[in-house]
Design a protein around this ligand. Sequence first.
Ligand SMILES: [Fe+2]
Length: 500
Amino acid sequence: MQRRHFLQSVGVATSAILAPAWAVSADNNPLKPAPLFHANSKLTCLRGFQGQDVQSEHAWIEGKLPSDLRGNFYRNGPGLFERGGQRYHHWFDGDGMVHAWRFTDQGVAHQARFVRTKKFVAEQQAGEFLVPAFGTAIKAKIPMRSADSMNAANTNVVQMGGRLLALWEGGSAHGLDAQNLQTQGVVTWAPELAGMPFSAHPKVEADGTLWNFGTMMGKLILYQFSPQGKLLKHHVMNGPNSAMVHDFVVSQKHLIFLFSPIALNIDKLKSGVSMVEAMEWQAQESTKVLIVEKADFSKSRLLELPALMVFHFGNAWEENNVIHLDFVKSADMGNFQNWMPKIMRGEDVSSEPSTPAFLSIDLSRQRISMTERSENLEFPRVDPRVVGQRNQFIYYPVAINKTENNALNGVMRLDRESGKTDSFDFGDRCRLEEHVVVPKSVASKEGEAWLVGVGFDIQRQTSFASVFDAQNLAAGPVALAHLPYWLPHCFHGNFYSSSA
Ligand SMILES: [Fe+2]
């Protein structure tokens, strides 16, 4: 019901400008500093751009790029936060900007373009926000025809069936040309699925099979696609009550969801606040664990956990009728509701911890046990060869040595079997984003890989791509590809090797 109420409350009835990013950097900005964002060198990447695309043919390489690391590293994140003297209150609201870091024999090139959603195009022309955002209450100034009217296409980018998809959990995927990142428009998988949500966290198994979901009006939509991108089956079912489900995980036989106890206060929503502001944490309620059979989406079971907050999972597998999975746990919605608006104003304040957690779900006994660790981290990833299979390693950006304000300033590999960690600390010089696992060309084992991600150098006020040997993070990056400009922070992305 939640999304329907939200859309009703906001009025729903049922050229690329090639300018270098340094043109808006803190040092070179010809305009005055953004009035709604306090200048803060550590949070420069949250200032956002003004709608311009950017590119750089040659990043400056520090170290040596591995000879077998060739391909395209695509990422997506919110890139524009201000229009017409108004600034979004929440990081999740910004318009999607898709990045391509291209690793070739000539080095590393970077290109980024805003996704030309209907929202972005209309608001660029108008010079002001025209539609409500997830975390910012804005009165609609144009007709809201569906959830896609406010689709920001800002959360992830995946390659599927020969094209890229820019993903946003509340609505349709947007197709992009993989060569030049031009927007092709919303994707409809089947006539009856037009405009249905397609989450930003699809899971892709080693053979290319893709699983995904969407949540809308209390319903859960499930999808299975072939490695060629053909929709094999879909199913709509009633889901447990939660105002937000961001990610899920797959094992060999199941899809597993955690529904955190988040209620939507409809009266608050009708009073004019944003959807994020209308969400209420139900500490006395349970987190619902929904387990759906891959072979037959109509078969599912529901278990419970104490109230906990989750955004991201690493992986799942099952043995002897027990599902094992990992995720990143927070106590409640504190970061999501309170910390985000502060950092979006440029206030460098501490976030609440988010830490590794592990579930063992005994399907025979219908019982769940949970273990936890204490590192402060987010954005878990695993080797793409073990998605839905037993995995040994998980990789995270991490706040090492409890840095100032719990900022993510390093990378960490966790060995689930031994409990040992391997990590590298950039100190308080850098802020790190998600890092993804890229198997080495002759690798045969899980973890024989490069770990590739993006970071922001606070001293230089520029962004870089980082490459680590995933088997020896402590040795430091084998290469950093520095851009001459900074980039807005991204959420998620994926590396597609040329040889794959
Ligand atoms: Fe996410």
